[in-house]
Ligand binder design. Structure first.
Ligand SMILES: Cc1cc2nc3c(=O)[nH]c(=O)nc-3n(C[C@H](O)[C@H](O)[C@H](O)COP(=O)(O)O)c2cc1C
Length: 207
């Protein structure tokens, strides 16, 4: 597909997946393409973990959901809302043929003594991983696969790190679900008009 068309066609896929095996080599190929994304200082701090062990994946999602339940109760959400949310999360993460964890290797970031530059460097790490994930999503699409980026691991970092025995220098950021679609046509979400997000310095939106 033409790249620009492909950028417009990519959708976050949140529906059931087709029961079709995925060649692990395709996933490896797409993750390998994601390294061509730009990164600050060319640090390439992204690290992807394909969660192959289904037993471990189930235990992880159950523990993450226990935290989600607690968080939502603290938010004052109704039990019905919470159970629906948990059910959706289970379906999304346990029924996805492939589940990938994306995170930052903090060791790959530049180290500074002062907290401001330390923080800035961390932000650069997040941005770099985000650019790589975007490349990954597009590469998957080019192989006829669909995907969705979920931020759940960011909200359960301790659980993710503990369950997957990750070092303290790994900072979990996102899950990416991957599979073949059972639904081909997805209505795209509404997008902003160009003048909502593009400005020229002769026409700044200052009132
Ligand atoms: C940083 C980031 C975090 C996201 N986290 C979630 C999430 O936790 N749950 C979810 O359903 N979708 C998540 N998404 C997907 C967005 O909902 C989706 O990109 C957005 O609605 C636009 O739809 P599109 O990707 O089909 O264009 C996330 C996307 C990004 C870029």
């Amino acid at each position: 597909m033409d790249l620009l068309e492909s950028l417009k066609k990519r959708r976050s896929y949140k529906f059931p997946f087709e029961k079709k095996q995925i060649d692990p080599k395709i996933i490896e190929k797409c993750i390998n393409i994601s390294k061509w994304a730009p990164s600050a200082h060319n640090s390439q701090p992204w690290r992807y973990i394909v969660l192959q062990n289904m037993d471990l994946r189930t235990k992880l999602i159950n523990r993450m959901n226990n935290k989600l339940r607690k968080d939502l109760r603290n938010d004052g959400k109704s039990e019905e809302f919470i159970e629906n949310k948990i059910k959706t999360t289970k379906t999304q993460f346990l029924q996805a043929p492939i589940l990938i964890l994306a995170g930052i290797d903090l060791k790959a970031l530049k180290d500074y003594q002062d907290s401001e530059r330390k923080h800035n460097e961390f932000v650069l790490g997040v941005l770099s991983v985000a650019s790589s994930i975007t490349y990954l999503l597009i590469s998957l699409q080019e192989h006829g696969l669909v995907s969705c980026w979920y931020s759940a691991p960011l909200f359960a970092r301790e659980i993710v790190s503990e369950m997957l025995k990750l070092p303290g220098t790994y900072y979990p950021l996102a899950f990416i679900t991957v599979g073949y679609p059972s639904i081909k046509e997805i209505t795209p979400p509404k997008h902003q008009k160009l003048d909502t997000f593009l400005f020229y310095n002769s026409n700044l939106p200052i009132t």
